[in-house]
Design a protein around this ligand. Structure first.
Ligand code: AMP
Length: 186
């Protein structure tokens, strides 16, 4: 089963993806984690994307599509992928559909975690204090939220038209959101 965890930054996608990895042996494909790893390693890719992440903008579609494509065989072998932070615009969604279809696979569910802006801001303030991720600072976070609303949220009708979209209340504690996700995957 291949699912997309969909939602704005700090909606809880990463936390819930990790739980599904532990519980079901699926593979988490987080383009944000991959890009941060590239930056930490000082690779050519890392140097190229460092400033883009720091600004809260999106890196090019070509870069993230290649990162995902490279990991698809591993996810397939594990029995499924959890896409976390990808796709982030319609071009990426179309590329993902094409890559999966070439392998005889598809997206089965798009699980949207709904969290209101006030709660997101509260969560991000805490994450910034705890982890110090540079793009979690309040100013950049505002920009990331604007990018989500402008470029990523328009994907919702794309998946709704395919009958794949399921909405989950992401405002509760980790366990209750996890339970709702399990129900959405049943
Ligand atoms: P995330 O950890 O998913 O919030 O991603 C952190 C940052 O990585 C984003 O603000 C973007 O700069 C970049 N990024 C992650 N995934 C993508 C993607 N699918 N397309 C473009 N940029 C991305």
């Amino acid at each position: 089963m291949n699912i997309i965890l969909f939602g704005p930054p700090a909606a809880g996608k990463g936390t819930q993806a990790k739980r599904l990895v532990e519980g079901r042996g699926m593979v988490q494909l987080s383009t944000g984690d991959m890009l941060r790893a590239a930056i930490a390693s000082g690779s050519e890719l890392g140097l190229k994307v460092k400033d883009v992440l720091a600004r809260g903008d999106l890196v090019t579609d070509e870069i993230v599509i290649a990162l995902i494509e490279e990991r698809l065989p591993e996810a397939e072998a594990a029995g499924g992928a959890i896409f976390d932070g990808f796709p982030r615009n319609v071009a990426q969604a179309e590329a993902l559909d094409a890559m999966l279809s070439k392998r005889g696979a598809q997206i089965d569910r798009v699980i949207r975690l709904k969290v209101d802006d006030a709660a997101l801001t509260q969560r991000i303030t805490k994450r910034f204090e705890d982890q110090g991720r540079p793009d979690d600072n309040p100013e950049t976070f505002k920009d990331r939220l604007a990018v989500y609303n402008g470029q990523t949220a328009p994907l919702l009708p794309y998946y709704e038209a395919q009958g794949k979209l399921v909405e989950v209340d992401g405002m509760g504690d980790i366990e209750s959101v996890a339970k709702a996700i399990d129900e959405a995957m049943a």
